[in-house]
Design a protein around this ligand. Structure first.
Ligand code: PNS
Length: 164
């Protein structure tokens, strides 16, 4: 059985992330979407919110689970019993950062493989940061985040206290 981890900050999940999840889910038997729990990064959305959003999206898929991790990704991968990591690469500008991470992870755990997937071209300039910036200033985030989450994410970005 091929199990893979798709790790990230997902602050918040974007259409680009969702595109990668749907591609990865077809390639592996079991996909673990792993949200990094790192309070020192000062994310806009709590880890519970980020997990909730992702769980709502993946609920139709029996082979996708959402969880959190902290510490090193290689340790989490070992704990999960897999050596396959999925990462999305949007544009050439992502390459240096992704290359560094993949090589560092391989140094830490030589059996680890990073599998890079490309989202649709229309998401190549989309990022969580852009969603946060546009949303916080009251801009329309339609098409940037999955439709079913759009209102909640927009409301929450405009008013940081609004998440129930
Ligand atoms: O969505 P992001 O912020 O690009 O995801 C980055 C993430 C969470 C995959 C990366 O920061 C990570 O794996 N952090 C865990 C700490 C770690 O293992 N660091 C060593 C690899 S560089």
């Amino acid at each position: 059985m091929l199990k893979a981890i798709y790790p990230g900050t997902f602050d918040p999940v974007t259409m680009g992330h969702w595109d990668i999840i749907q591609r990865a889910e077809k390639l592996v038997d079991h996909l673990v979407v792993a949200v990094l729990h790192n309070p020192s990064k000062h994310p806009a959305f709590s880890v519970a919110e980020r997990v909730d959003f992702l769980r709502e999206l993946v609920s139709p898929y029996d082979n996708v689970e959402v969880t959190t991790f902290h510490g090193l990704l290689v340790d989490f991968a070992r704990l999960q019993g897999t050596s396959s990591i999925i990462r999305g690469v949007r544009a050439f500008s992502d390459f240096e950062y992704e290359f560094q991470m993949a090589i560092m992870n391989r140094k830490l755990a030589p059996d680890l493989e990073t599998i890079f997937l490309m989202p649709k071209e229309e998401y190549s300039v989309l990022s969580s940061k852009i969603v946060r910036d546009v949303g916080m200033m009251g801009g329309d985030i339609t098409g940037f985040v999955p439709d079913v989450l759009k209102d909640r994410i927009a409301r929450r970005l405009k008013n940081p206290e609004s998440y129930a």
